[in-house]
Design a protein around this ligand. Sequence first.
Ligand SMILES: NC(=O)c1ccc[n+]([C@@H]2O[C@H](COP(=O)([O-])OP(=O)(O)OC[C@H]3O[C@@H](n4cnc5c(N)ncnc54)[C@H](O)[C@@H]3O)[C@@H](O)[C@H]2O)c1
Length: 526
Amino acid sequence: MGKHCPACNQLHYYPRPHCPFCGHRETQWRQLSGKGHVYSHSIVERSPRPMAPAIIELEEGIRLHSVVTDADVYALEIGEAVTLRFLPTQDGPPVPGFTTVRAEHARAYGDHARQLLKSAPSPLIDALDQVAVIGSGHMGVGISLAFLQAGLKVQLIDQAQEALDGAQQRIQETLDQELSKGRLDQETRNQRLARLAVSTDLSSIGKAGLVVEAVWEDMALKRELFARIDAHAHPDAILATNTSTLDVGEIAQATQRPGAVVGLHFFNPAHVMRLIEIVRTPLTSARTLQAAQAVASRIGKTGIVVGICDGFVGNRLMIVRERQAGRLLLEGALPHQIDRFLREFGLPMGTFELQDMAGGIALMHRSRQRRGERDWLIQQLFESGRLGMRAGRGFYRYEAGKRRPIVDPEVTVLIEEASRQEGLKRRPIGDEELHDRLILPMINEGAKLISEGIVDRASDIDLVWQLGYGWPQWKGGPMYYADQLGARQIVNRLEALQARHGEMFKPADLLVELAASGGRLTAPAP
Ligand SMILES: NC(=O)c1ccc[n+]([C@@H]2O[C@H](COP(=O)([O-])OP(=O)(O)OC[C@H]3O[C@@H](n4cnc5c(N)ncnc54)[C@H](O)[C@@H]3O)[C@@H](O)[C@H]2O)c1
């Protein structure tokens, strides 16, 4: 809304009753288009949602002080088209602000991508009442909570009674926290707890319509367990594994019903994260796949069907990015520089902040050891007890009880020494190189996933990254972003990187084809 002065015929956005131009006392509200462009802007750093205080020039010619939000504010251009967007406030009515038209297009694309996922109904899941979760560790607890939240009965099974005791306590604590925050009433909390049963006896799972395994990541263990699950589970039950890295097909082969086996790759924390990668094997039946998709919807999550490959979809893109991030440290970048770039790119967190939060240094150390690889830097960080945020020290240091990463000169010294050990002369690395080294390999890997048939469509990759890794809706996803850059440009830049750094940057065949044909990875929203 704007105000119109009938005396001087000027439009304005002045809150007082009189006209700011001629002083006339009677101005009238008039509906405005809500469309305009950015006249000038600045940026609020580290805002929880992207925020650029801006002067917006409306189509009607009025300039007003407002904000551009939920958009790529670091890439905002003077003259960029914007449109009205209301911002929620904590206790009052929403306040008007603006978002870019580019961001609106990306959101429309994401909405369309979600519609493409709609699955057929599954009578099996409609009738589902009881679920068995095997393994009461970190993921088992989150998965159980997810099912309890959806009103299902959960049988939580573990080989160790102490693990079950701990799990029961964590489930109760989580429900109590929800209660104290007012997100749950006492009766619902009690009902959820009453629907949870724990046991060390695997033979008690016969009434469950779905069994989800979440034990240690070990193929021999999972195969042995699936053979036993197969013997005790209801003949119609769906058998799922939460494995992050193992071949679900090989696990399925340990049963007499490989058609009923599927991967349900939950993200951590499983009761909060909305994504499930549904991993199909060549033998997974249509009924099982349909049931897996229906389970995801029944518990309020988005299930995206993926094929078997190392890291599935989400982690496969993450792994190529992490590899480059580690390499860039040795060549001259520092963790806070890479993390700042990724945040400004639009991701909720940088890669090293994320590692510190998730205990990544210990995980990386163990996986390097398993593969017999030597990584001096990770070993030093691990051995000096820099295990991440909880330890108060990781790639950054942390003040007691605070989550804000602080640059630690001790880590800088270690990184510089690591470069020396690798015989690398450190050099300044700019944002453009960070962009190409960190983002283009993700796009390249995504293109390979499409050609390998791991995903049904490019937009599934984007949804995985939106829901599982916080890629902002206003930037679509890595594949959508790739189409904004254009395949030709991506291939040119990858080829330049390949010439300098080697085969890992070789452009995917699909990108080369699209560069030649002028085609796109994603289908535009109708
Ligand atoms: N932690 C994550 O972020 C994450 C995310 C997605 C998937 N996953 C996958 O989930 C699975 C579990 O991971 P986690 O982090 O919860 O592990 P965890 O170590 O926290 O828990 C594993 C539990 O399995 C139990 N267990 C082991 N063998 C068993 C058996 N034969 N029968 C019954 N219980 C048994 C253990 O006692 C333990 O309580 C792994 O396959 C992992 O790759 C983990």
